[in-house]
Ligand binder design. Structure first.
Ligand code: ATP
Length: 358
């Protein structure tokens, strides 16, 4: 039987709770499918590891996960460790060396969930945001001098390369073409940022010539926020820079009902390295340990992982189970104004998988 080796990195706070829920669901799903199984290797990297060892993961960390079929990641961040250490020490320390340059973030309003956009129902909001995940504003280029003095200087240089921009825009066109509406919106800020963002626009036009069947348009990021709220039905696939897409996808998650539902995949499209799947939310220490974290974002990213592994029917079965559960308000966690626990939602998804005859 086929076996997938998955590196599970739950990380901090509710990351622990949602990854445990995700593993339980994936094991039942594999049993239900009968054609594959999972072998999860669990790594205790994160903020507690940092407090004990002074690093977020061991020096040979990447070598230990590079031959896995995928990485199933929870969240990092702790109140008593600076965010730039947790982010750069683990999440980006995996994404960048493994060249996971396409960050893919689907957003839909799932059955039973009410969007804060009250007039909007399911079919009108169905997007995938593609975030450039390897360079741009997160390139790490910059520095600080004269710290603490009046003449202190700090820079963060956004770095865009032609090859980096071209590959993410091509990825987005391919994805747009695979979706029913075949629409792509390219987001920049090329009125104010007149070098790299103008290059984005030029490259988008060049790559678009290879995809005559995709309808595409351009938006400035500020105008894009308004369009997402006022005309969500005009959007489908969206591609943007590392920082712009980060911000837009939090807005998208909120419009879809809760950050707790939103998934993301960090993909190395060439499959030279494992790709990494995680919920969008962070470690949420305000609710950690209470058993009320919403596991739906983790289940949805597990669907993305299954699709990446080539197990589309299993991904579809899991998504059907998730949608059956979200449709029932009695199974909503407190972030969705319900009273259900992580455990209750997980058990219900497991029951729905077992009862699914599709
Ligand atoms: P980060 O770790 O990125 O700094 P954070 O812990 O400050 O993030 P997030 O986890 O991003 O915050 O989420 C903000 C708030 O949204 C949380 O404090 C929590 O109340 C709520 N939230 C996020 N994810 C979930 C979830 N899965 N279930 C329930 N509530 C959630």
């Amino acid at each position: 039987m086929k076996q997938y080796r998955i590196a599970a990195i739950p990380g901090d706070g509710i990351g622990q709770e949602v990854i445990a829920a995700g593993i339980a669901v994936l094991d039942v799903l594999a049993e239900r499918e009968g054609s594959f199984r999972f072998a999860f290797d669990r790594f205790d990297w994160g903020s507690d590891y940092y407090k004990a060892h002074g690093v977020m993961m061991p020096p040979d960390g990447l070598a230990r996960i590079k031959d896995h079929d995928a990485i199933f990641f929870g969240a990092v961040g702790a109140p008593d460790v600076p965010d730039y250490i947790t982010l750069w020490g683990l999440r980006l320390a995996i994404c960048q060396p493994f060249d996971q340059y396409a960050n893919v973030r689907p957003t839909r309003i799932l059955p039973g969930i009410t969007s804060p956009l009250r007039h909007v129902t399911g079919p009108e909001l169905d997007w995938v945001i593609v975030r450039e995940n390897s360079e741009g504003e997160y390139a790490g280029v910059g520095g600080r001098v004269h710290q603490g003095h009046a003449n202190e200087v700090a820079t963060d240089v956004s770095m865009m390369t032609r090859s980096g921009v071209e590959r993410i825009i091509r990825y987005a066109f391919v994805l747009a073409r695979s979706r029913p509406r075949k629409r792509l919106t390219v987001v920049t800020k090329s009125n104010a940022q007149r070098h790299a963002m103008v290059m984005w626009d030029e490259i988008a036009a060049e790559v678009a010539a290879e995809f005559p069947d995709v309808t595409w348009d351009k938006m400035l990021v500020d105008a894009m926020t308004m369009r997402m709220v006022s005309k969500p039905e005009t959007l489908d696939t969206i591609v943007a820079t590392n920082l712009h897409a980060d911000i837009l996808s939090d807005l998208a998650a909120a419009l879809a009902g809760s950050l707790g539902i939103a998934p993301t995949a960090n993909i190395n499209p060439e499959r030279r390295f494992p790709s990494m799947f995680e919920p969008i939310h962070g470690s949420a220490f305000d609710i950690a340990g209470k058993g009320i974290a919403n596991p739906v974002g983790t289940f949805w990213t597990a669907c993305q992982m299954l699709e990446h592994l080539g197990e589309k029917p299993a991904a579809d079965r899991l998504m059907r189970a998730v949608e059956r559960v979200t449709a029932d308000p009695a199974l909503h966690t407190p972030d969705l104004s319900g009273t259900a626990t992580t455990r209750a939602v997980t058990d219900a998804v497991i029951a729905a998988i077992r009862g699914d005859n599709g």
